[in-house]
Design a protein around this ligand. Structure first.
Ligand code: SAM
Length: 216
């Protein structure tokens, strides 16, 4: 009982640190990662179910959520940064699209099950201690047959200056994703070396890992 209460306090404290970190990063003129969608996501538009539902964890300033809404999807964007989500709301309004927004720490969020046709996780980097549990939650949030689309930085990104976390515990690789999504049907799992052009903080050659998985 005491241990559970301590654990909850630690989680709240960690969540507050994380949202402060991202609030400060997003508290600038313009959009940190631009207003265009992630190129890998855009290239996989044929996988999106017309009129389907999509959960976008860690949608930040909203570039991907807004683009998904423009494709006709019913978008739920969840992020713990109040500043980022404020900008995402503005971008949605300026783009004349309607989206659902939730301001929440995804580490403690009450993840829905079998609720979405898609989950889109773009550069939503999770610590190795949290990653398997949250990736399982993303998979469980999909309806059977639903599709997850993910791009994240891999450890080789540490040698590059085009953005991303600077600690290896926050980076993903093919092995860890194959384990996290072992119960899913892996449609794609590849390393990529894109030239990023996503706002001021994602510019230049990058080392990423890309995943498309279908819930069985
Ligand atoms: C690198 S940014 C990526 C933003 C967006 N996906 C994009 O590609 O433009 C990571 C985002 O994850 C959010 N995030 C990180 N940890 C989170 C958590 N525990 N709960 C909710 N959001 C979180 C941050 O607030 C930030 O918006």
């Amino acid at each position: 009982m005491i241990w559970e209460a301590c654990f909850q306090i630690i989680q709240l404290w960690q969540g507050a640190i994380m949202s402060k970190f991202w609030d400060e990063k997003f508290n600038r003129d313009g959009f940190t990662y631009g207003t265009r969608p992630n190129a890998f996501l855009e290239s996989r538009s044929s996988l999106l179910k017309p009129g389907g539902s999509v959960l976008v964890p860690g949608d930040g300033e909203g570039r991907n959520g807004v683009w998904l809404a423009q494709q006709g999807l019913n978008v739920t964007a969840v992020d713990s940064s109040k500043v980022g989500q404020g900008k995402a709301r503005g971008l949605a309004e300026d783009s004349s699209v309607v989206m659902q927004f939730q301001l929440a720490d995804l580490l403690t969020w009450d993840w829905p099950t079998a609720a979405f046709d898609h989950v889109v996780s773009i550069f939503f980097h999770l610590h190795t201690d949290d990653r398997p549990r949250l990736h399982a939650a993303m998979l469980a949030a999909l309806k059977p047959g639903g599709i997850l689309i993910m791009e994240a930085f891999r450890p080789e990104q540490l040698a590059l200056s085009s953005g991303g976390p600077r600690v290896s515990e926050l980076l993903f690789d093919k092995d860890c994703l194959a384990q996290d999504f072992a119960v899913a049907e892996l449609l794609e799992l590849e390393n990529a070396s894109p030239i990023l052009d996503e706002g001021p903080l994602h510019q230049g050659l990058a080392a990423t890992v890309r995943l498309v998985a279908r819930r069985r």
